[in-house]
Design a protein. Structure first.
Length: 132
């Protein structure tokens, strides 16, 4: 795969503060722990763009509800969403400026969920982050 570095990119780039794991089906998955997660969305184009970002959340192994709040660049907060026994999706509209990034922080008041062999406090999983 070759990439022409002189060609302007037009899509949104996503970076996260937690590691991506793979499920048994080789699909990307992230466990959000009590240290939280911050996701950065970078707009490499020369234009202001509007994206609808969809987070798909999965419950923790203990099936405990953990509410959280989206915090966008420390300025705007979205509604809380509890993740309990089912997978849920949440849409968020972002408008990253040209060649700039927007950071989205997930703030949570965690209930402890520990599984044997894992020292992390598993709040909920992110099974998908999509945008269009």
């Amino acid at each position: 795969l070759k990439q022409n570095c002189n060609t302007p990119r037009s899509e949104l780039e996503i970076f996260s503060t937690i590691d991506v794991e793979l499920t048994n089906n080789n699909l990307p998955f992230q466990w959000v722990t009590d240290s939280g997660i911050k996701t950065y969305f970078f707009n490499p184009s020369k234009d202001l763009k509007k994206f609808v970002v969809t987070y798909t959340f999965s419950p923790n192994p203990c099936r405990l509800e953990n509410d959280f709040v989206f915090q966008i660049d420390k300025n705007k907060q979205e509604n809380s969403l509890g993740v309990e026994k089912i997978t849920k999706s949440f849409n968020l509209i972002i408008n990253p400026y040209s060649q700039n990034s927007i950071g989205i922080n997930l703030v949570s008041d965690p209930q402890p969920c520990f599984v044997t062999g894992d020292d992390r406090n598993l709040l909920f999983g992110i099974s998908q982050i999509d945008f269009n």
